[in-house]
Each structure stands twice: as C-alpha cells, then as structure tokens.
Design a protein around this ligand. Structure first.
Ligand SMILES: CC(C)(COP(=O)(O)OP(=O)(O)OC[C@H]1O[C@@H](n2cnc3c(N)ncnc32)[C@H](O)[C@@H]1OP(=O)(O)O)[C@@H](O)C(=O)NCCC(=O)NCCS
Length: 155
C-alpha cells in the first residue's frame, strides 16, 4: 500500500466512494455511502465526509459529524458511519480514518470522539474496541455507543 492520504468528499472522488465494496455479510452493519452523501448535502454545517485514498484509489469512507454545542457532550465529535473497501480491509485504513477524525476533533478543542455501532459477529465492534473505544451506553435501537478520549494538543 502507498501512503494513505485524506480527501474531503468531492466531485472527483464521490463516484468511487459510492462504489466501495464490502465483505459478504457486512452490509447489515453500515448504511450505503449514498445515504451519507445525501445527508452531507443537506447538512453541510455539521457533517464531515472524508475518503481515504491510497495512491489514486479511494479505499475507505468516513462520515463524521461535529456539533460543538451538542447538549450531550458525547455527540460533539461523532463517527456516524465508515467503511473500508473489502479488498483493503485489515491494512490500517480504518485506523487511519478514525485518527483523521480524532485529529480534526483535537484541532477543534474536543477531547473525546464517539462511535455508534451494531454488535454482531461480522460487525465493527472488535475494530472499535481495538482502537480503545469504551462502551458508554446504547441507543434506543440497541446500538452500542463507544467513546474514545483523545489528547488535545497544547496550542
Ligand atoms: C470496521 C472497518 C471500517 C475496519 O476497517 P479496517 O481498515 O479493516 O481496520 P484496520 O485495518 O485499521 O484494523 C485495525 C484493527 O482492528 C481490529 N479489526 C479490524 N477488523 C476486524 C475484524 N473484522 N475482526 C476482528 N478484528 C478486527 C484488528 O485488531 C485490526 O488490527 P490487525 O489487522 O492488525 O489485527 C471495516 O471492517 C469495514 O468497513 N466494515 C464494514 C462496515 C462497518 O461495519 N462499518 C462500521 C459502521 S459504524
């Protein structure tokens, strides 16, 4: 793999982001990228849609959301959805994307990031726990809410 870099979702990469593959059985754990694209279009203030690019190949997508005034502090910096192309999983792309959102949170002075996921054998729970996310609750739909504390850089 070449060095990964991050791009904002844009006209040049949106089609590739929308055709990222998944491994069999993973589709039940994440909404299609097209849902995030629509959401980002109507909610440009808070959403943070980004792709991970390896050379010139889009290999992953992350839909973040930032709401510095959220009443519930847990939802100031949130991973709403993310997915890595089936052929590029287990190569650090997911970790790269979470780190990118953590960096963005730090630059905004936010010291914890939150992810929401569904438990299941083929789900992303092990991935988030491996990164240090700690379970702090459940949504009304029974999804796990996990939190990761990130160090805020001194200014
Ligand atoms: C979850 C997902 C984004 C992880 O992306 P990834 O690029 O494969 O993750 P990484 O390579 O950075 O994995 C880091 C570590 O997490 C753990 N991990 C990742 N995927 C795992 C899996 N399927 N099973 C067990 N552990 C896993 C491992 O410890 C891994 O390190 P290792 O490969 O050295 O053992 C990817 O599997 C995916 O797109 N899944 C389908 C969609 C989904 O569930 N999205 C989340 C919705 S919120």
């Amino acid at each position: 793999m070449n060095a990964l870099h991050l791009e904002e979702l844009n006209a040049g990469n949106v089609a590739a982001a929308n055709t990222l593959s998944l491994k069999p059985g993973q589709d039940q754990f994440v909404a299609p990228v097209s849902h995030s694209i629509a959401e980002a279009y109507v909610n440009q203030e808070s959403t943070w849609p980004r792709v991970a690019v390896d050379g010139d190949t889009v290999v992953g997508f992350l839909m973040g959301n930032f709401d510095e005034d959220a009443e519930n502090e847990l939802f100031r910096a949130t991973i709403l959805r993310m997915n890595v192309d089936g052929d590029h999983q287990r190569q650090g792309v997911g970790t790269f994307l979470v780190n990118a959102l953590a960096d963005e949170a730090r630059s905004r002075g936010i010291d914890e990031i939150t992810a929401v996921w569904e438990e299941g054998e083929l789900g992303p729970g092990q991935f988030f726990r491996h990164l240090g996310f700690v379970e702090v609750g459940e949504t009304e739909y029974g999804e796990t809410i996990g939190k990761l504390t990130v160090q805020v850089h001194a200014q």
